[in-house]
Design a protein. Structure first.
Ligand SMILES: C[C@H](O)[C@H](O)CC(=O)C(=O)O
Ligand SMILES: [Mg+2]
Length: 394
């Protein structure tokens, strides 16, 4: 049976939350003195928006088949990614069969390799790849997780990321990952403040609730090691993305340095099978955290995940809402998922990519039944009320 061919690829930009979840209003927990690589500059310490974390905004990739069926996906990358999709990538899809995702991925990646390989270009490729899987699911009238091999369990279980793990516990999540607030430039005082915050949260959530730190690439090996050792007695489960994603050697060292039982996690800013191969072969971490909207899409995540399985590593994708859920439910080495708390407090559970998607499922009591994913494609629609802009055409 042959499916209708791809007729048209379009790329749009959108502002205000959604897939660019750092693009939030004032007073949001996600922009409140979080340690970053830019924290060494006092001017950029208080707010990540001050150094431009939300400068790109959301990319919407849309793929229309000859019968009028439209697949779409949202990721980050905004206007420059829209240019790449329209002016470069679209040619590898239009007129082709939507089942040819391997060849399409290969051509998108290798045609852009001379200026791509990671970052923005792979964000754009990921967005197109996710839109293609959405289209395929819609044409076949099946959820993407069916196309990926089917569910290996009945439900997803979630930890929550946000500044209030105590609230996450009340909402039924299995753990809470907090942003680290103070980086090396704030010295011993800052380190003490970090430990005091962890101690305070531990006293609120009790001994058994998972607590983790997201360090968003802000530290160096020495600081991360001292932090991990100081946090051990407070039961820190993992230390995430402690140093630069380019410093594979540093991660290798950090993994050796942290106290036994504490996990090292990273990978949300890593891309493709080759980047993750470095992390695994150098034994840089215990859990890899690819973002399916940034690492190359589902087509690439399947390869990354198989590699991780063979290396005995867990794959717990970063954020990415439905695009992660449809993957995690199909893999034994992805035993739980992340839920990013996008409520400003964060004191309520709201859809991760609000307000861009309609029908976006949210965990209930920290869980989500597989039946919540039982709709064609990724099971969501674009909210017609959001203002979309198409900056380029081809
Ligand atoms: C909270 C972190 O700084 C970041 O905004 C999100 C992230 O890295 C994660 O969810 O993981
Ligand atoms: Mg993270």
């Amino acid at each position: 049976m042959s499916l209708p061919k791809i007729k048209h690829v379009r790329a749009f930009t959108v502002r205000g939350g959604g897939a660019d979840y750092h693009d939030q209003g004032e007073g949001h927990w996600i922009d409140d003195h979080i340690a970053t690589p830019m924290s060494r500059y006092p001017d950029y310490r208080q707010s990540r928006q001050s150094f431009g974390i939300n400068v790109l905004g959301t990319l919407v990739a849309e793929i229309e088949a000859e019968d009028g069926t439209v697949g779409f996906a949202v990721t980050t990358g905004g206007e420059p990614a829209a240019y790449i999709v329209e002016k470069h990538l679209a040619r590898f899809l239009e007129g082709r069969a939507p089942t040819d995702y391997e060849k399409i991925w290969d051509q998108m990646y290798f045609s852009t390799q001379y200026y791509g390989r990671k970052g923005l270009v792979v964000n754009a490729i990921s967005g197109v790849d996710l839109a293609l899987w959405d289209l395929l699911g819609k044409l076949r009238q099946e959820p993407v997780y069916h196309l990926l091999g089917g569910a290996v369990r009945d439900e997803l279980i979630f930890y929550a990321t946000g500044a209030r793990p105590d609230k996450a516990k009340e909402f039924g999540f299995i753990g809470g990952k907090m942003p680290l607030h103070h980086g090396p430039a704030e010295g011993v005082e800052g380190l003490k403040k970090n430990i005091a915050e962890l101690a305070d949260m531990r006293s609120k959530v009790g001994d058994d609730f998972w607590l983790m730190w997201d360090c968003w690439m802000a530290l160096d090996v020495d600081y991360a090691t001292r932090l991990a050792i100081a946090a051990h007695d407070l039961g820190l489960k993992w230390i995430e993305e402690a140093i630069s994603p380019d410093d594979y050697w540093g991660y290798q060292q950090l993994k050796r340095n942290v106290p036994k039982g504490m996990l090292v996690t990273t990978g949300e800013h890593e891309a493709t099978r080759w980047g993750f191969r470095m992390l695994m072969e150098m034994d840089c971490c215990d859990i890899i955290q690819p973002d399916v909207g940034w690492c190359g899409g589902v087509t690439e995540l399947l390869k990354i995940s198989a590699l991780a399985d063979a290396h005995g590593k867990m794959v717990v994708p970063h954020g990415s809402s439905v695009y992660s859920y449809h993957f995690v439910i199909t893999r034994h080495n992805s035993p739980f998922a992340e839920f990013l708390m996008m409520h400003p407090g964060p004191t309520e559970v709201v859809p991760m990519f609000h307000p861009q998607l309609l029908g976006e499922p949210v965990p209930d009591n920290g869980r989500m039944k597989v039946s919540a994913l039982d709709k064609p494609g990724f099971g969501v629609d674009l909210n017609p009320d959001i203002a979309m802009h198409r900056p380029y055409t081809h």
